[in-house]
Design a protein around this ligand. Structure first.
Ligand code: SAM
Length: 262
């Protein structure tokens, strides 16, 4: 019997050949590269990618899809299938001195935790191309002053450059999702644009700043930093968090770190 798409695994399978080709063109795989696909599903992207690279690893959670994928791709020497949860997957175990190009039409229900999991593996990653809910891509690529600028964009922007490459309508998938999707390219910075003394402090400052985004910095930072400690950094405490750049948040986090260390 044909595989039925499962909602709990976030399964919306790509079927539009033009859209698939456009995504492959954006990824632009080369023969000496090592690709990793998260959630190959029924192989819509795998089919186009697997023969264009030196090594191809695929990570799929749904056990029912494993025989389907093995039957079609298992004979290819460069193909290796891993049944498991990408949220717990040790990505860097796959890399043998080469850097991974990670790709996937991600299950929307796990996209944010998966992106944060991948941020712990960037030393072995060359770049990432993901299909996500369009709103999530807009959040990731948002700049100071944009409506959806916030924690996700700032925390991922700490580690990676991000580009919103293409919007894809629901009709490209079966079953069709309710919302638009988009492709984002994430490229780890070769050197960090700003360096936090402690990432947990950065996360704390950013989370607290955006927990009530209409509040001024003076109010949202109340339990962490006082007005003088904010002003010392050249930051106006009466502005709202959405007006601050990554470097400002890193400065606030380092101020907090130094204060705690005293
Ligand atoms: N790549 C296929 C396509 O474009 O047609 C399938 C995309 S579908 C949106 C997401 C895929 O991720 C499904 O195959 C699903 O079973 C798989 N998946 C869901 N949760 C996963 C997880 N935690 N780890 C690995 N794969 C997962």
């Amino acid at each position: 019997m044909a595989h039925q798409a499962r909602k709990r695994f976030g399964q919306n399978f790509l079927h539009d050949p033009n859209v698939i080709q456009n995504i492959i063109n954006l990824i632009h795989p080369r023969p000496d590269e090592h690709l990793v696909e998260i959630g190959p599903g029924q192989g819509a992207m795998t089919r186009q990618l697997v023969s264009s690279c030196k090594k191809f690893d695929a990570i799929e959670l749904d056990r029912d899809l494993i025989p389907v994928l093995q039957t079609e791709f298992g004979h290819l020497p460069q193909f290796e299938l891993h049944q498991g949860d990408a949220l717990k997957f040790p990505f860097c175990d796959l890399a043998n001195n080469d850097k991974l190009r990670v790709t996937g039409n991600l299950p929307y229900n796990i996209s944010t935790p998966l992106l944060f999991h991948l941020m712990d593996h960037l030393h072995c990653i060359q770049d990432m191309h993901f299909m996500l809910q369009k709103e999530v891509v807009v959040r990731i690529t948002a700049q100071p002053g944009d409506k959806l600028y916030g924690r996700l964009g700032i925390m991922l922007g700490y580690f990676c450059d991000s580009e919103n490459l293409m919007t894809i309508g629901p009709g490209a998938f079966r079953p069709a999702p309710k919302v638009d999707s988009a492709i984002v390219r994430l490229t780890p910075w070769s050197s960090l644009p700003a360096e936090a003394e402690n990432l947990a402090d950065l996360n704390r400052v950013v989370t607290q700043a955006f927990s009530q985004r209409r509040k001024t910095l003076r109010n949202s930072m109340k339990n962490l930093l006082d007005i003088d400690e904010i002003t010392q950094l050249g930051i106006d405490p009466s502005i709202r968090p959405e007006q601050l750049a990554l470097q400002d948040f890193v400065n606030l986090a380092n101020q907090l770190h130094n204060k705690q260390a005293k």
